[in-house]
Design a protein around this ligand. Structure first.
Ligand SMILES: Cc1ncc(C[n+]2csc(CCOP(=O)(O)OP(=O)(O)O)c2C)c(N)n1
Ligand SMILES: [Mg+2]
Length: 275
């Protein structure tokens, strides 16, 4: 990745963080923590790596993105609006009754959403099905599944992991938003996951580690994943929940709570200090 391109993507991520705070403050609901931790992952996929066409969201042979940790979708919507899937103007309807931008992604309502999610643990199995389907069509499309680290405590994740290695779906690329925090506390407090990379390796996966807040590190990991010949890949992206807003960083209390007026002012001042 050139220095210029890296700078462009970093600026885009900065803008998305800023817009996210405005948006979630304005609607007084939504999930800041897990949206902020996946900013660079989603932006690298949508603006650097994925073969997609917002003007033709169902195009044959397109890459797929599944937001398995569905609660983080405000960041996904910001990326999709910037990309041109729907008007930016509509973002302000987020999580309102009758909006097509629901608090968890809805494939029936929103162009470009490949799978309705919200109940954790379903995205990897669905992604495996899509990966197999693409292989049957001799397509070169890749299926990307964004998982939360609390989410992988769901049993269905490990059933999908077993089957994915059996079926050798090298076009399935899971990315783990490894922020170490879930809804009610840290993973260590709630359900320690031990060495997640070793667990996936034992299930027959190709395991790659990257810095989940460095667009170049994420992009390199994805390009390495694309070279896998006969194994699905998991990219374990080290992240910080609430990244970019100091008082939200690493705090499960910011998983899903409305941003108050003072907190909003503090967050904005902090973001403005960055530029
Ligand atoms: C099956 C299921 N159980 C519980 C929930 C409620 N819930 C929503 S988000 C969340 C925590 C998820 O933590 P993690 O996967 O680490 O997400 P992140 O830290 O990236 O926000 C929980 C328990 C849910 N959505 N689905
Ligand atoms: Mg987490």
């Amino acid at each position: 990745m050139t220095k210029e391109r890296k700078e462009e993507l970093k600026n885009l991520c900065f803008k998305f963080r800023n817009d996210l705070i405005d948006l979630l403050y304005s609607i007084q609901t939504g999930h800041p923590g897990g949206s902020l931790s996946s900013t660079e992952i989603i932006t690298t996929l949508f603006f650097e790596e994925m073969n997609i066409d917002p003007k033709n969201p169902n195009k044959e042979g397109r890459d797929r993105f599944i937001m398995s940790k569905g609660h983080g979708c405000p960041m996904l919507y910001l990326n999709m609006a910037e990309k041109g899937y729907f008007p930016k103007e509509d973002l302000k309807t987020l999580r309102q009754v009758d909006s097509y931008l629901q608090g968890h992604p809805c494939a029936h309502k929103t162009p470009g959403i490949e799978l309705s999610t919200g109940p954790l643990g379903i995205g990897l199995g669905a992604g495996l099905g899509m990966a197999l389907g693409e292989k049957l069509k001799n397509s070169t499309a890749n299926i990307y599944v964004l998982l939360g680290d609390g989410e992988i405590q769901e049993g269905g994740i490990w059933e999908a992991a077993m089957a994915a290695s059996k079926f050798k779906v090298n076009n399935l690329i899971a990315i783990l938003d490894n922020n170490g925090v879930q809804l009610d506390g840290t993973l260590e407090e709630i359900m320690p996951m031990g060495n997640i990379g070793n667990k996936f390796e034992a299930f027959g996966w190709n395991v790659i580690h990257c810095d989940g807040h460095d667009v170049e590190s994420i992009s390199d990991a994805i390009n390495q994943a694309k070279k896998s010949k006969d194994k699905p890949t998991i990219i374990i992206a080290k992240t910080v929940k609430g990244k970019g807003i100091s008082f939200m960083e690493g705090k499960n209390t910011w998983h899903g709570k409305p941003i108050g007026e003072e907190e909003y002012k503090l967050a904005k001042a902090e973001l403005e200090g960055v530029v």
